[in-house]
Write a protein that binds this ligand. Structure first.
Ligand SMILES: Cc1cc2nc3c(=O)[nH]c(=O)nc-3n(C[C@H](O)[C@H](O)[C@H](O)COP(=O)(O)OP(=O)(O)OC[C@H]3O[C@@H](n4cnc5c(N)ncnc54)[C@H](O)[C@@H]3O)c2cc1C
Length: 380
């Protein structure tokens, strides 16, 4: 049963993207892992190819594509097994804040650069004392006439060092209620009072730069606020849905890749003259994993279709984020077992995928928080 209806334009786009990634991304993935960063030139090439921010309207340089274009990019980028060129974060998570809530002036100023790869973006919510509990954010934003003064710090910010602009969530310290206190501001790199800290050393996603950000009497124009003052929390809640759906797409696509590779490995690797895949224990393991992957794919494709029809899928998206990313970790773990000692070699293509899978249960809202949200909206 085909849930998603791809047009010729979608299919051609996927083919073109695949060709591009084979030439411009996959060959460099190992080097980017060693460098622990991705050159800005890679972002520009993605932009020139038309693979960034595919949903941005043509008047701002985009193609005005539907979410299937984002899905295609998410799937194909996941299959490159590199995470440093985090275009999904840029295109489907950060830039939508500007497209949806930015003033006309901000959209004209930033969106064309985001589409062509001249501008790399980040979103800064997490603080040393506030991760899951977004309401506990302490970074202050005090509006003074035409300006806003930002003070505080953020941590674990993806693209933190590479970003040209950061969407920063900060609160009016005079207001207690987070539903009224939080606002979102676009802060450009190089703004006096805005500095970046360490590149954080991580167990996985080595090529993705993750950093601390510091704001000390950082003055930005008040017109850099996205939407109305005090609407930050609601804007985050609205856009975190798509972020979690993108995580679910990455989860299921990552699991498909790992399983596909492992099945081939088991067919081609023999013990005592017989392929491993002829063992019933291995067959059962592979079939059980293939069942999980198919269930995940069907669920996620259905959610993509519902998301495109703007249906209310908050419960299902929370379920999909936690289930697919847990499943990805289970499959990565089990598949590595099937590789024997090769699982300890960096030459084994699923080793990096295993390492990178762990964070998927943590960011974009931990899997425990996903269950909290589902329980709340299920009336518990
Ligand atoms: C590689 C990486 C990239 C990241 N990129 C970004 C980024 O670009 N921008 C950004 O803003 N943030 C980013 N983050 C931060 C990420 O969103 C947070 O790590 C995440 O929200 C969890 O917050 P925390 O780490 O403070 O954990 P905590 O909130 O301290 O949670 C610790 C544990 O307690 C559990 N827990 C907490 N509250 C509850 C509850 N109410 N009920 C049940 N269990 C609970 C959690 O599930 C978790 O198991 C990134 C993190 C990583 C690791």
């Amino acid at each position: 049963m085909e849930i998603l209806k791809y047009t010729e334009a979608h299919k051609n786009f996927r083919e073109r993207l695949r060709g591009f990634l084979v030439k411009e991304v996959t060959p460099f993935a190992d080097q980017w892992e060693r460098d622990k960063s991705v050159p800005k030139s890679a972002w520009k090439k993605m932009g020139q190819g038309g693979f960034l921010c595919t949903d941005v309207a043509p008047e701002y340089g985009g193609r005005g594509g539907d979410f299937l274009f984002s899905l295609i990019v998410a799937e194909e980028m996941t299959r490159t097994r590199q995470t440093g060129l985090s275009t999904l974060l840029h295109s489907d998570i950060v830039v939508p804040y500007i497209s949806a809530f930015g003033s006309e002036e901000l959209k004209k100023k930033y969106l064309p650069g985001c589409v062509c790869g001249d501008i790399v973006t980040a979103v800064a919510m997490t603080e040393p004392g506030a991760g899951s509990d977004l309401a506990g954010m302490q970074t202050a934003a005090v509006e003074e006439g035409e300006e806003v003064v930002i003070d505080g710090s953020k941590t674990f910010i993806s693209n933190g060092l590479n970003a040209d602009i950061v969407v920063v969530a900060a609160r009016d310290p005079a207001l207690e209620n987070p539903y009224e206190a939080l606002s979102l501001y676009v802060v450009e790199s190089g703004t006096p009072g805005f500095t970046t800290g360490r590149r954080l050393e991580k167990m996985g996603m080595w090529s993705q730069d993750t950093a601390e950000l510091f704001f000390s009497k950082c003055r930005v124009p008040q017109k850099n606020r996205l939407g109305d003052k005090g609407m930050g929390f609601l804007m985050l809640m609205q856009k975190l849905q798509q972020e979690r759906l993108v995580c679910a797409i990455m989860g299921v696509t990552g699991a498909e890749y790992i399983l596909e590779w492992t099945m081939n490995y088991c067919k081609q690797t023999s013990i005592s003259g017989k392929p491993i895949s002829k063992s019933q224990a291995v067959q059962f393991a592979l079939v059980e994993m293939a069942t999980d992957v198919k269930l995940g794919r069907t669920f996620v494709d259905k959610l993509v279709a519902d998301h495109m029809e703007a249906k209310d899928i908050i419960v299902e998206t929370s379920m999909a984020k936690y289930w697919t990313t847990d499943m990805l970790n289970r499959i990565a773990n089990r598949c590595l077992d099937l590789c024997g000692d090769f699982a300890m070699s960096e030459k084994c293509p699923i080793v990096r995928a295993w390492r990178d899978a762990k964070v998927m249960t943590i960011f974009a809202g931990t899997n425990e928080i996903m269950k909290n949200i589902a329980a709340k909206f299920m009336g518990m």
